[in-house]
Design a protein around this ligand. Structure first.
Ligand SMILES: *Cc1c(COP(=O)(O)O)cnc(C)c1O
Length: 405
C-alpha cells in the first residue's frame, strides 16, 4: 500500500483517507487542519472500544494499557523530533495552549518591567496575543521584527538587545508559506541570552524538524494539522527549563502531594499535564506519526514543493491575480487576491465546485494590515493533493472572474 519512500503517489495515498471516498472534495485548506487517515480514526476508536480508562491511576489491566499507549505516543513524538529526553514532551491541546503555557509558567515568573519579548510581524494570533497579555501584566514590551513584501523577515538582528528575554518566531508562515531562517534566530537568542520559542504548527507536519540540531528552548505544534485528532498538541521544552518552571494549570495528575495549605509537584512532563489528559487524541497522534514516518517527511516536503511551484505557475496565468510573498525557501501555502473580487466571494464560488479554500485574515490580522487588504484567499497542501486538483481550482477561479465581469 505505502511502499514508496522515494516518491509520493497522491492518488494512492488519498485512499488512506475515508473522507475522499465519501464525498467529492478538493481539499486545499490543510494549513487550517489536515484530513484524517483511517488508521488514526481506527486507533482512536480502538481505544474507546477496547481499553478506555483513565491513565496513571489504576492497577487494573485496561488502565495499564491506556497508560502505556499514552506514554508510547510521547516516545514516538520525541523520536520524530530527534529528542533524547522523552520528559521534555508535554501534551497540550494545541499550539495555542503550548504558547500560553510558556507565557504563564515562564514569562510571568522571569520577566520584569521594561524587559522585552520579540516576535515577528508574520505571526499567527496565537503567537501574538499570549505575549501581549503577559507584557501587560508585567509591564514588559513587545517588539516586532517586520517582514519585507516578499514575505521574508527583515534583518532580525537589528531588533535584539540586552533587554530581549524571549524571542518567538514561526518556523513556516501560515500566510506566505515562508520557511524562516530559525537557525539564525536561535543563534541570535543565545547571543543575547534570550529564550527561543519556535511556533512549529506549519513546519512539523510538512518537513523534517530536528529539535536536537535546532537546540531551541521551546517548540510548539498541533496534532490536528499533521493527520492527528483535534484536541492534542505538543510543547517541547528543554528539561532544565521545565524543571525550574512553575506549573501552568493546577489539579490532579500534576501533583506529588497535596495538603490543604500547600502542594508539591509531580516530575516533568506530568507537572504540566493537570487533570485527565487527552488520552485518545494523544494515542491517535502517535498513529499519525507512524504514518508520516512510513511516507517519509523529506518525501512529503519535496512533493509539496513541486505542487506549490506548479500551483504558483498556474495561478500566474490568471488575469488580475496578486500572489503575496515569494520567499525563496517556502512550503505549501499560497495566499492571493483577484482584482475586484472579495476573497469570500471567491471561496463561495469555488465551493460550488466542491473546492475548499480559505478566505479571511488567517488569524494574522497584522499581515493583512501591512498588505493593506482586509482579507485574502489561501490554498494550502498536503501529500494527498493532486496536480489535477490544481487544474480544477484554476478553472473554477476563471469561472469566478467571468461571473464578476
Ligand atoms: C494553526 C496555527 C496555530 C494555532 O494552532 P491551534 O491548533 O489553533 O492551537 C499557531 N501558529 C500557526 C503558524 C498556525 O498555523
Amino acid at each position: 500500500m505505502i511502499n514508496t519512500k522515494s516518491s509520493i503517489d497522491p492518488n494512492e495515498l488519498r485512499k488512506l483517507f475515508p473522507i475522499f471516498a465519501k464525498r467529492s472534495l478538493v481539499y486545499l485548506d490543510s494549513a487550517a487542519t489536515s484530513q484524517k487517515p483511517e488508521i488514526v480514526i481506527s486507533t482512536v476508536k480502538k481505544f474507546y472500544d477496547e481499553y478506555n480508562s483513565n491513565v496513571h491511576r489504576s492497577i487494573y489491566d485496561i488502565s495499564q494499557e491506556a497508560t502505556e499507549a499514552y506514554e508510547i505516543a510521547r516516545e514516538k513524538i520525541a523520536k520524530f523530533l530527534n529528542i533524547d529526553k522523552v520528559n521534555s514532551i508535554i501534551f497540550t491541546k494545541g499550539t495555542t495552549e503550548s504558547i500560553n503555557l510558556i507565557a504563564y509558567s515562564w514569562v510571568r515568573h522571569n520577566l520584569q518591567k521594561d524587559d522585552e519579548i520579540l516576535i515577528t510581524e508574520m505571526e499567527h494570533h496565537s503567537n501574538i496575543v499570549p505575549w501581549q497579555l503577559a507584557c501587560k501584566d508585567i509591564g514588559a514590551k513587545l517588539k516586532i521584527i517586520p517582514f519585507e513584501m516578499d514575505g521574508t523577515l527583515s534583518n532580525p538582528e537589528k531588533y535584539f538587545s540586552k533587554k530581549t528575554k524571549l524571542v518567538s518566531v514561526t518556523h513556516q508562515s501560515n500566510v506566505f508559506g515562508t520557511i524562516n531562517d530559525i537557525d539564525k534566530i536561535i543563534t541570535l537568542a543565545k547571543k543575547y541570552n534570550a529564550i527561543s520559542v519556535i511556533d512549529a504548527a506549519q513546519s512539523v507536519p510538512h518537513f523534517p524538524v530536528d529539535v536536537k540540531a535546532l537546540d531551541c528552548d521551546f517548540l510548539a505544534f498541533s496534532g490536528h494539522k499533521m493527520l492527528g485528532p483535534t484536541g492534542v498538541g505538543v510543547l517541547y521544552g528543554k528539561p532544565e527549563l521545565l524543571e525550574k518552571m512553575n506549573p501552568f494549570l493546577g489539579g490532579g495528575e500534576m501533583i506529588r502531594s497535596v495538603k490543604l495549605n500547600e502542594s508539591t509537584w509531580n516530575d516533568i512532563p506530568w507537572k504540566f499535564e493537570a487533570g485527565t489528559p487527552n488520552i485518545a487524541q494523544a494515542i491517535g497522534l502517535g498513529a499519525a506519526i507512524d504514518l508520516l514516518n512510513q511516507i517519509g517527511m523529506k518525501e512529503i516536503h519535496n512533493y509539496e514543493k513541486k505542487i506549490t511551484d506548479y500551483t504558483i505557475n498556474s495561478l500566474k496565468e490568471i488575469d488580475g491575480i496578486k500572489i503575496y510573498g515569494n520567499a525563496p525557501n517556502r512550503g505549501g501555502v499560497i495566499t492571493f487576491n483577484i482584482d475586484n473580487i472579495h476573497s469570500h466571494d471567491l471561496a463561495q464560488i469555488v465551493n460550488n465546485d466542491k473546492i475548499a479554500i480559505r478566505a479571511g485574515h488567517h488569524c494574522a490580522q497584522p499581515i493583512m494590515n501591512k498588505l493593506n487588504v482586509s482579507s485574502t484567499a489561501r490554498v494550502s497542501f498536503y501529500f494527498y493533493n493532486t496536480f489535477d486538483e490544481i487544474d480544477l481550482l484554476c478553472n473554477s477561479l476563471k469561472k469566478a472572474i467571468n461571473l464578476f465581469k
